[in-house]
Design a protein around this ligand. Structure first.
Ligand SMILES: Nc1ncnc2c1ncn2[C@@H]1O[C@H](COP(=O)(O)OP(=O)(O)OP(=O)(O)O)[C@@H](O)[C@H]1O
Ligand SMILES: [Mg+2]
Length: 401
């Protein structure tokens, strides 16, 4: 073999080796692609599964809603459809429902064809009611309430003591007042006080606003009241705060519109629930109203709102305290004195005072300053009191058409 031949063979070997390297690379690439495609396939299959089940869901026939009335021994149950007429049926139960979940009174979904029970629905507490529960405690404390010393003491005696120190009442042998009614003009701190007591006790705070109850849920007020008290029992110890009570608690009139009758049904339910609470000791009820004069007398009977706390517009000392509370959160010049401001704001409520402080702050900001001056307060005083004169008196009770 000549040199030239050897060189030729060597060159061929180099070429083959290079090709080998390239092929190896190609193979690796191909393998990588295969893995990628497999992953992709898996993902697409999963998507497909989801879409299929979604489609099934969309195609599935609607379910009827009913309530469980009885459980028979042969694994069948008596249900009542919620539709018109609401006849009773004896039906089968889906195997997927554990027997112990079949509680009489629960809401169930029913197959349209066989009326068989398909599932047990969650307890029918309305989102408005469950949403009314304040899970986090209000952050308001007694220190944030100005000038209502006497009222606050009464409220604490009636609400805080029975919850925190029930033995006080037990020793003397009397029942604590069942319900406390805070009555007074708008913006005087009623809601504020209720929040402060809730904060001071460990109790759950449930707040429901009367006007919302009547306006949003025509025809359902009574049911909501029932559910609210159900929730209260479940969550006890707790404080139920019924704000704007006048919108449901207005005196019953006769010959009124259907809307009024609805409000009255709600009121009747409220009265019934409060009576039913006679035996439940760790639920306290606070009501608030601007118009105690138009409330139904039945609400004030013993065992219901039997303690009325009058929350009036603050006097000069009270106003000074309220100013102090709100000023403490602001940066103000030395010349701003709560006492002087209180003297100039005869007839203002706590909410007005809060408003004035905010307006004064706005004047400072508009002026490019970050400290509020006495002059800002003078401007704010003018603005807010002008607004107050233009304002109409407290809105009367909510009435339907
Ligand atoms: N006594 C007070 N001390 C401190 N701040 C007060 C006082 N009263 C009212 N305020 C301020 O005014 C705001 C509104 O008061 P609040 O909501 O308690 O009034 P209200 O009596 O419930 O009025 P309404 O009858 O209109 O519901 C409060 O958030 C608070 O900032
Ligand atoms: Mg209020």
């Amino acid at each position: 073999m000549g040199d030239s031949e050897i060189n030729e063979l060597k060159a061929k070997i180099v070429i083959l080796e290079e090709r080998n390297v390239r092929l190896m690379e190609d193979l690796q690439n191909a393998e990588r692609e295969k893995r990628y495609s497999e992953g992709e396939l898996f993902r697409v299959q999963k998507d497909l599964g989801r879409v299929r089940s979604e489609l099934d869901k969309l195609k599935s026939p609607p379910l009827a809603i009913g309530s469980l009335h009885d459980v028979l021994s042969d694994n069948r149950v008596v249900v009542r459809g919620s539709g018109n007429g609401g006849s009773d049926y004896i039906v089968a139960v889906s195997d997927y429902i554990p027997k112990e979940d079949l509680v009489i009174g629960s809401r169930v979904s029913l197959s349209r064809q066989s009326m068989a029970v398909m599932e047990i629905l969650p307890s029918p507490i309305d989102p408005l009611v469950s949403g009314a529960e304040v899970v986090e405690k209000p952050t308001v404390t007694y220190k944030d309430v100005g000038g209502l010393g006497k009222q606050l003491r009464e409220l604490r005696e009636a609400v805080e003591d029975p919850l925190i120190r029930p033995e006080l009442y037990a020793k003397v042998g009397i029942d604590p007042p069942r319900g406390v009614l805070l009555a007074g003009p708008p913006g005087t701190g009623k809601t504020l006080m209720a929040k402060a007591v809730a904060n001071a006790t460990k109790a759950t705070f449930i707040r429901l606003v009367g006007s919302e109850l009547v306006q949003k849920y025509i025809g359902e007020g009574a049911r909501l009241v029932r559910e609210l008290f159900c929730l209260a029992k479940e969550k006890s110890p707790c404080i139920v705060f019924l704000d704007e009570l006048d919108s449901i608690g207005a005196r019953r009139l006769d010959g009124s519109s259907s809307g009024d009758r609805e409000v009255q049904r709600t009121l009747m339910q409220l009265l019934a629930e409060m009576d039913g609470f006679a035996t439940v000791n760790n639920v306290r009820i606070i009501g608030a109203t601007n118009r105690p004069d138009i409330l139904d007398e039945a609400l004030m009977r013993p065992g219901r709102f039997d303690r009325i706390i009058q929350v009036d517009l603050p006097d000069a000392a009270g106003r000074a305290q309220i100013f102090k509370i709100h000023l403490s959160r602001m940066s103000v010049e030395k010349g701003v004195s709560p006492q002087k401001l209180a003297e100039k704001t005869e007839g203002s409520s706590g909410a007005d005072i809060k408003n004035m402080c905010m307006e004064a702050g706005m004047f400072a900001i508009r002026d490019g300053r970050d400290v509020v001056s006495p002059a800002d307060f003078d401007l704010a005083l003018g603005k807010v009191s002008a607004g107050r004169i233009g304002k109409t008196q407290p809105a009367p009770v909510h009435m339907f058409g």
